[in-house]
Write a protein that binds this ligand. Structure first.
Ligand code: PLP
Length: 443
């Protein structure tokens, strides 16, 4: 093993796959084996692996001005252009944008901005944040506390108590329903639970609720119809801000511009990363409404500065990558393409896998989906220790397909959004062979 502390990896594992190069939706390992990248890297390489326009935009910027910070009034054209572009795109009122380097740090920035804002308006007690079971929001100290996946909390003494994180139910009907509950009854029950929790905590102490419009790392949960409508009525009633973590769902993934559009969410705050630059250069964005920004002005004046910022906030090459990526999305109608090919992928997935004996649920929207692998299709019983997920992931790789086993026994699909219908057919054929073979091994 190289002396690398590999992220999200078992230290007793050995290196499994060494990638060498990529082209379109494909990647090649150092032995020359070719794979379809069925998870777009980590839900991020929307434009695939050989977009020379984005590469050229980055290198041109590097040759022109490879670095410039943006502290204390210093700026450069790409950061201003990118903020203007995002402001015009996002469903946030009079948006202002803070740039960072990762989804995690962007969520930490929001935690800090929420405190800064509520202190500014004289409500310092409004600081608790609601997250959901099975939510994934990153791994830095604050974002890691908002994340609910056991591996991200265990042994890190997380969540950090000082953050006052509240956890509410995951909106997953398939695994969360009780008895013969209908989807509507399930939704009413979990919204009711949340209301009880809000009242017990005192709404005046709660700043915001963070949601992934459709989850990723927890197994691609698409909440039931009507869930977000009821959730927003409840949060608005209690003066709790709606914070959409669009790190995966932003920019076409769900077949709409944003997950918020697809799911009917009107967010106050938004977080972006990944597809913002097709992952060709690290960049993230924390978006807040103008009224929040305005309220913070006096405080920055009193202290002298808004005392938050990274060396690489708005790195010129990262902004150039994002600007070019957004230009390509628009020019090539890639959100519409994702809607069309995504609807096709969802229909094919359901057609192929709904009756498969290893598959309990097929779920997803647009170009993001998951298969829930179960040991008993009638009861929905799962396999121990993610055995089916691991078997499926291995079988996929043996068949030239990279996917990701998440949340134990769910198999996630999230291909680059440039994927064509023919490539979807090829991807699903490989997936079918792999799932059949995993089923044979697990029986
Ligand atoms: N939020 C969501 C919804 C994510 O899926 C992720 C990463 O997968 C993050 C935040 C954290 O992003 P990063 O890994 O860039 O820190």
């Amino acid at each position: 093993m190289a002396p690398v502390i590999y992220p999200t990896t078992n230290f007793t594992a050995t290196e499994q796959l060494c990638l060498d190069r990529g082209e379109g939706i494909y990647v090649y390992d150092t032995d020359g084996n070719k794979y379809i990248e069925g998870l777009a890297g980590l839900w991020c390489t929307s434009l695939g692996y050989s977009n020379t326009e984005v590469m050229d935009a980055i290198t041109e910027q590097l040759h022109k001005l490879p670095f410039s910070h943006t502290f204390g009034g210093k700026t450069h054209a790409p950061i201003m252009q990118l903020a203007q572009k995002l402001k015009a795109m996002v469903p946030v009122e009079d948006a202002y944008v803070f740039f960072g380097n990762s989804g995690s740090d962007a969520n930490d920035t929001h935690v800090k901005m929420l405190r800064y804002y509520f202190n500014a308006i004289g409500k310092p007690e409004k600081r608790k944040i609601i997250t959901r079971e099975r939510g994934y929001h990153g791994v830095t100290v604050a974002a890691g506390s908002l994340t609910s996946l056991p591996a991200n909390l265990a042994h890190f003494d997380a969540p950090l108590e000082a953050l006052h994180i509240l956890r509410s139910d995951a909106p997953h009907y398939y695994t969360g329903r009780q008895g013969n509950e209908t989807e509507a009854q399930f939704t009413d029950r979990i919204i009711g639970n949340l209301e009880q929790q809000i009242l017990a905590e005192d709404p005046d102490t709660i700043a915001a609720m963070i949601v992934e419009p459709v989850t990723g790392a927890s197994g691609v949960i698409v909440p039931p119809e009507g869930y977000y409508e009821k959730l927003q009525v409840l949060l608005r009633k209690h003066g709790i801000l709606v914070w959409a973590d669009e790190v995966i769902t932003g920019f076409g993934r769900t077949g709409a511009d944003f997950g918020c559009t697809a799911m009917g969410i009107k967010p106050d705050l938004m977080t972006f990363a990944k597809q913002l630059s097709s992952a060709y250069f690290p960049i993230s964005a924390s978006v807040i409404p103008g009224w929040m920004y305005e309220a913070m002005i006096n405080q920055t004046n009193e202290v002298g500065v808004f005392g938050h910022g990274y060396t690489y906030s708005g790195h010129p090459a990262a902004c150039a990558a994002a600007l070019k990526t957004l230009e390509i999305y628009e020019r090539d109608n890639l959100f519409e393409h994702a809607a069309e090919v995504g609807a096709y992928m969802q229909a094919q997935l359901r057609g192929i896998f709904t009756d498969h004996p290893l598959v309990g649920e097929v779920r997803g929207i647009g170009l993001i989906a998951a298969l829930e692998l179960v040991s008993n299709k009638t009861t929905g019983a799962s396999f121990d220790k993610g055995a089916a997920g691991a078997a499926a992931q291995k079988a996929c790789e043996a068949n030239g397909l990279i996917i990701r086993a998440v949340a134990g026994n769910a198999v996630a699909l999230c291909p680059p959004i440039i994927i064509t219908k023919d490539e979807v057919d090829d991807m699903l054929a490989r997936l079918k062979t792999a799932i059949d073979s995993a089923y044979g091994d697990l029986k």
